[in-house]
Design a protein around this ligand. Structure first.
Ligand code: NAD
Length: 518
């Protein structure tokens, strides 16, 4: 090839790879273009401040692993091991059993070639616990408005890309909720259902041992997210403050704690409660109430179960629920308190699934999307409502309890089909709002009543949701409750763009008024 030929061969510019993060940022760029966001502020917000990846190692416990029937036949004459202390055996959702040493102490043990038979008749292989490594993350997206804030997720399908998207989402959400925080997110790549209670405790303690160098009650404040809860927050708090002289001043290191150790009344329900306030306000504007309204739900964890309980308490009817293990339907309405009992208070329901609930029929997951209802409440994982699903939905409103449940493709379909949307960054902001109340209570050594918390939450949710609706309709005004004059853009926009506009205008003000440190 001659020199001139080489010069004329142009390599096409690489098309940027589509990732969860780049998809999530599409709306950021649309809003930034709309308001002419300051260029430098845009650069600051386009990527996280810090992306931490680290590793957590622990020694796992011994496991009893069930073996296939044909292999078990070889042990037909193996006598049963009578376990003296059955509490030392911990049944896992994947069918394996954790064998704590105390289980076999003083028992009559018959082991052959590493196999034993339990009183249930099944033969198990004894697999010694090994040291194992897990990948952990903390992304700190932005702190222009206050310390980084965001949940800890324990889930098998997490990645740096996902945490970048979720951390950025927290930056927008804290701005919309008007709480003085920035955005962060993190967690561990792990399926918590495959590990025992003591193993999860060890993993959590080791996680905080490593995380401690990166966070603080005035630097970065974690909270529960998918796969974590108040018990995990208690361990994180203890590990962070262990041996510190002023450990009582450190309670604000995590939010979402049990109320008995500095958590806030109303925090467990706060995300579901906040979503319910938004939905109530959506209908109130149409002079309607929730009485008689129907809804379908995805996810029956913290957000989904609490939202379902509150919405049905307000007179709505739940027609179908889908979770990680299955989907159930009852056209007359599902008895939510009974379903909560079935999922959370039934020790034999190891997967904590709605599947098998006697008050409803099992349907396929794909059938969920065809159920006709007034509302759909996604409260599970991101990216579930795709363009195809959006085409099928037979609801009039989607209230996003989950983070990022609707893809940009689906957004376009929903708009075309005239399906209303309460976007995640306002709809599920109740959790971080009450997390802020918890953090203030910790700082002031106070404890507020649930009524006080809910009153403040209701005002905050409805005020900011009304500002977003005004931005969407380009209706600048000031009422007793809210003032949207600063935020309207001179044109009508969809509700997700309106929410992002509010977030960016609030964040930009910090950069422009405070200036940049060099
Ligand atoms: P959780 O772990 O308590 O519950 C998750 C639920 O989703 C479970 O019922 C699980 O079975 C279901 N699920 C998981 N994978 C699924 C799948 N592939 N298909 C269908 N269902 C599936 O989690 P959570 O705290 O309730 O969080 C749910 C969502 O709400 C997440 O997107 C989270 O980021 C968001 N969120 C949570 C909070 C909070 O305060 N907990 C606050 C804001 C947003």
């Amino acid at each position: 090839m001659s020199q001139s030929q080489i010069v004329h061969m142009r390599v096409p510019p690489p098309t940027p790879k589509k990732t969860v993060f780049t998809e999530a940022m599409e709306i950021f760029h649309r809003a930034a273009d709309l308001i002419g966001l300051d260029k430098r502020v845009r650069l600051e917000l386009e990527e996280p401040d810090y992306e931490h990846i680290f590793y957590v190692t622990i020694k796992l416990k011994d496991r009893l692993v069930p073996i296939p029937a044909e292999e078990a036949a070889k042990f037909s004459d193996l006598s049963v091991t009578q376990v003296r202390d059955p509490s030392g055996l911990e049944l896992l959702a994947d069918g394996k059993i954790i064998l704590n040493r105390r289980a076999l102490l003083g028992s009559d043990v018959s082991i052959r070639h590493g196999h034993l038979r339990l009183p249930n008749g099944n033969v198990y292989q004894l697999v010694p616990g090994e040291s194992t490594r897990f990948k952990a993350y903390r992304v700190q997206h932005n702190q222009a408005r206050g310390p980084y804030k965001g949940g800890i997720r324990y889930h098998r399908e997490v990645s740096l890309d996902l945490f970048k998207a979720l951390a950025a989402e927290m930056t927008w959400k804290t701005a919309i909720a008007e709480v003085p925080f920035g955005g962060g997110k993190g967690g561990i790549q792990i399926d918590p259902r495959q590990y025992g209670k003591e193993e999860m405790q060890a993993i959590t303690l080791r996680f905080m041992y490593k995380l401690k160098a990166l966070i603080g009650p005035n630097i970065d404040i974690p909270a529960p997210d998918v796969g974590t809860n108040g018990d995990i927050m208690a361990l994180l708090y203890r590990q962070y403050s262990d041996g510190e002289r002023e450990r009582h001043n450190m309670r604000g290191i995590v939010t979402g704690k049990d109320v008995r150790i500095g958590g806030s009344e109303g925090r467990v329900k706060a995300t579901g409660q906040g979503a319910a306030y938004c939905i109530e306000d959506y209908y109130a504007e149409k002079n309607q109430s929730l009485k008689g309204k129907t809804f379908i739900l995805q996810g029956f964890g913290n957000v989904g179960s609490n939202a379902a309980e509150i919405l049905t308490g307000m007179g709505a009817r739940l027609l179908a629920v889908n979770d990680a293990d299955g989907t159930i339907h009852n056209g007359d309405g599902i008895d939510v308190p009974a379903l909560i009992k079935y999922v959370y208070e039934n020790p034999s329901n190891l997967k904590r699934s709605v599947l098998g609930f006697p008050g409803a029929q099992k349907i396929e997951k794909s059938d969920l999307w065809d159920v006709q209802a007034d509302m759909l409440l996604p409260a599970a994982l991101g990216g579930e409502i795709t363009g195809d699903i959006a085409e099928r939905l037979k609801v009039k409103l989607i209230a996003e309890g989950a983070n990022g449940p609707t893809t940009p493709d689906a957004d376009r379909v929903l708009q075309r089909r005239g399906i209303d949307l309460i976007p995640d960054i306002i709809c599920n902001a109740g959790g971080v709002t009450v997390s802020y109340y918890e953090w203030i209570q910790n700082k002031r050594m106070e404890a507020w009543t649930e009524a006080e918390v809910n009153h403040r939450l209701e005002q905050a949710m409805k005020r900011n949701y009304r500002i977003i609706r005004d931005i969407s309709r380009n209706n600048p005004r000031r009422t007793e409750m809210h003032d949207s004059r600063r935020y309207c853009t001179g044109k009508e926009v969809d509700s997700r763009l309106a929410a992002m506009t509010l977030a960016l205008k609030r964040i930009e003000a910090h950069y422009l008024l405070e200036g940049f440190s060099q």
